[in-house]
Design a protein around this ligand. Structure first.
Ligand SMILES: NC(=O)c1ccc[n+]([C@@H]2O[C@H](COP(=O)([O-])OP(=O)(O)OC[C@H]3O[C@@H](n4cnc5c(N)ncnc54)[C@H](OP(=O)(O)O)[C@@H]3O)[C@@H](O)[C@H]2O)c1
Length: 190
């Protein structure tokens, strides 16, 4: 069955962006970049990958899920279909993406993900943000954290607050880069 993979950059104190969506503190230079870009080439916006000459040699994902706030980050720059090499699904109860190749839905994310998992295909990338990830926590099969050696102090959490109910994941791989970025992969404990 297809896995739902939450692959995301996070600060040491568990934030995926600053309070106003800032992400410039995450390091975009260093030895982690080539390794991560090669392995997770699917997660680079289509136009950026083309500009950088990055090829998807071993596709991992064929679909991406975004909360509206995550999708909306590109809109002021005119980017309305950021990952057009993937099937793009955006969750919103009130808005609609204009791009033809972006599906907007107000369906319950859990029901939609369960249906997607039953369809044939590659893994599904949960891009974020924290609000959508919180709704989908119970469906996440694999968690891939790109942890940067930075403390934000405040911001948008990896998972928006929800009821206290610990869910265990087992660490399956960790790579520490000279840049200080640590890539850790976890699978849901069985
Ligand atoms: N560090 C990283 O790798 C990374 C990755 C992704 C995102 N981010 C950052 O995360 C921030 C956004 O995160 P966020 O937590 O604020 O928001 P988000 O999860 O991206 O989006 C929240 C919105 O999605 C819709 N939504 C969420 N859950 C839903 C549900 N169960 N059913 C229907 N619609 C639902 C709602 O939109 P409506 O209000 O329109 O109904 C909600 O307001 C951005 O700043 C982005 O840059 C960082």
């Amino acid at each position: 069955m297809r896995e739902l993979v939450y692959y995301v950059a996070v600060s040491l104190d568990g934030f995926i962006a600053g309070p106003a969506g800032e992400f410039d503190a995450f390091p975009i230079e260093g030895d982690h970049m080539d390794a991560i870009n090669e392995r997770y080439a699917d997660t680079i916006p289509t136009d950026l990958a083309l500009a950088l000459g990055i090829e998807r040699t071993t596709p991992m994902f064929d679909a991406v899920l975004m909360g509206w706030n995550t999708y909306a980050v590109g809109l002021p720059m005119g980017v309305s279909s950021p990952y057009r090499h993937l099937r793009q699904i955006v969750f919103s109860r009130s808005k609609r993406a204009e791009a033809d190749d972006v599906q907007t839905t107000d369906e319950d994310p859990v029901a939609l993900v369960r249906r997607l998992k039953r369809e044939p295909g590659d893994a599904i990338w949960l891009c974020g943000g924290g609000a959508l990830a919180s709704s989908l926590l119970g469906e996440i099969d694999r968690l891939v954290l790109k942890r940067s050696p930075i403390v934000f102090g405040a911001g948008i959490p990896l998972f928006a607050p929800r009821a206290y109910a610990p869910e265990r994941f087992d660490e399956v791989a960790t790579t520490a880069f000279g840049s200080g970025v640590v890539l850790s992969e976890y699978v849901r404990a069985s």
